[in-house]
Write a protein that binds this ligand. Structure first.
Ligand SMILES: CC(C)(COP(=O)(O)OP(=O)(O)OC[C@H]1O[C@@H](n2cnc3c(N)ncnc32)[C@H](O)[C@@H]1OP(=O)(O)O)[C@@H](O)C(=O)NCCC(=O)NCCS
Length: 176
């Protein structure tokens, strides 16, 4: 059965933090240290961070559930940050960032990610976006392949600070 995708609520906070902590390391290249991964989780992906994301009118958090178990989440953020590389790569406006797209490993390839993507694109359209953009680590080939299947193309590069390291991302864009 296709997972149900809904807008996250306060009742989802504990599971969101658990799923985020389990899945964020999967997006990191093996060269990234456990300390840097743990620092990023502490600084961005705790229950209180998700509570502030739910509170932020510029953000939308979506959760996917299969048989009541949360299997993944996604987050949209309105607009384009003040970053020269992203400003250059995202030329179509208004734009919305697909800032997070994370699914538990035992649900990869099973349709949950596609269901999250479909809902994310639907919400981006409702936000009047003409473009959805995202950053993906240049070593994360599975995610790049997934985004390409859903109509995203590489339109630039950017850097991403992960603890003490600077990582290199592709910026991918898709018309809405
Ligand atoms: C990114 C993510 C949401 C995609 O969801 P998914 O269910 O794995 O996606 P799918 O299986 O539909 O698509 C992945 C595609 O990549 C392919 N693939 C798998 N490993 C690959 C690799 N090493 N290199 C290239 N392609 C690869 C798969 O075969 C599949 O393509 P296909 O459908 O043509 O066979 C999920 O893998 C995930 O949560 N990963 C960990 C967190 C992450 O990296 N998030 C993205 C951060 S930007």
């Amino acid at each position: 059965m296709t997972p149900a995708v809904t807008t996250a609520t306060l009742a989802d906070l504990a599971e969101l933090a658990d799923v985020a902590a389990e899945t964020f390391p999967l997006a990191c290249p093996p060269s990234v240290s456990q300390e840097n991964v743990a620092a990023f989780i502490d600084e961005n992906l705790t229950q209180s961070h998700f509570a502030s994301y739910l509170d932020d009118p510029g953000r939308l958090v979506l959760v996917a559930r299969q048989d009541d178990r949360m299997i993944g989440y996604a987050m949209l953020i309105r607009g384009v940050p003040d970053d020269d590389d992203v400003q250059r790569a995202v030329s179509v406006r208004p734009a919305v960032e697909l800032s997070k797209m994370y699914v538990l490993p035992d649900s990869h390839g099973a349709g949950g990610s596609a269901a999250l993507m479909t809902e994310a694109l639907k919400h981006a359209k409702e936000l009047d976006a003409q473009c959805v953009w995202l950053g993906v680590n240049q070593h994360n080939e599975r995610a790049q392949h997934f985004y390409a299947k859903h109509g995203f193309t590489v339109n630039g590069t950017k850097t991403f600070r992960l603890g003490t390291r600077i990582e290199n991302d592709y910026v991918m864009v898709r018309p809405v």
